[in-house]
Design a protein around this ligand. Sequence first.
Ligand SMILES: Nc1ncnc2c1ncn2[C@@H]1O[C@H](COP(=O)(O)OP(=O)(O)OP(=O)(O)O)[C@@H](O)[C@H]1O
Length: 277
Amino acid sequence: MAMEALKRETIFEEQPAEGKTGVRAVPRGEIAIRGLQKVYETKKSRFEALRNIDLNIGTNEFVTIVGPSGCGKSTLLRIVAGLDELTAGSVALGGEEVIGPGAERGMVFQGYTLFPWLTVRENIEYGPKLKGIPTLERRALSNHFLKVIKLEPFAGAYPKQLSGGMKQRVAIARALANRPKVLLMDEPFGALDAQTKLEMQEMLLEVWEKEKTTVLFITHDIDEAIFLSQRIVVMGAGPGRILKTFEVPLPDKRSPEVRELPEFLALKRELGQLLKH
Ligand SMILES: Nc1ncnc2c1ncn2[C@@H]1O[C@H](COP(=O)(O)OP(=O)(O)OP(=O)(O)O)[C@@H](O)[C@H]1O
């Protein structure tokens, strides 16, 4: 059977609270998190940061995690990235267990993590260069991603010459240039001003549509979560766990006007209530 057909195969997930009608087809899991527990332990202390996390994220799905400070969002993302070890349970990517970092998972953090001594183009080509991709092919990749992030005129600029929003666009391009299956984003727009943040959200949706990556995104901003994602996972603290998952009832193609839709506002209210407790 063609790979494409295999990828599109679906599994069925039982949603226990909703009984039979809640059986929902989810694309075969790109990321499968099962019974995940994380305990931070020293000789003197033991802290359970995550308990019993079960989450399936489908191929090309855009999933956002929201939750109060300290509920373990970053810990969960770092474990999926392979940067942190889990205590119990498992995380698999495309059916393969995650045991460390890998190029198929691109990361973008809130802090600007570009190499200051490299130009925009060199930053974007950094990963492909490490992988031994030949110069011409690397150049084609950086040309493509400079266009995607609309920063072609800044190819030769250094990070210090860029605004915060521009730096984050380069960080996204740099992650994408490795051709990752999954983009892991930890509050990437958290430090940006309101207007730039809105522009970045629209750009990210365009990129997501074009590049067809799976995105796992963390934010504190409910509007951002609804605008961007297909599904929102709400976490609670003490210990960090999943409280509820919401499907976002909006079309995948989104314009800024969706923020005024009754469905958007109703979900915003519901999430606001849940996060208040
Ligand atoms: N290396 C560590 N050692 C001990 N405890 C840790 C460590 N890293 C995180 N924690 C604790 O685990 C909990 C979850 O932290 P984490 O950063 O994942 O939360 P978060 O939901 O991302 O928070 P925020 O929204 O503020 O970024 C916190 O209580 C934190 O203090």
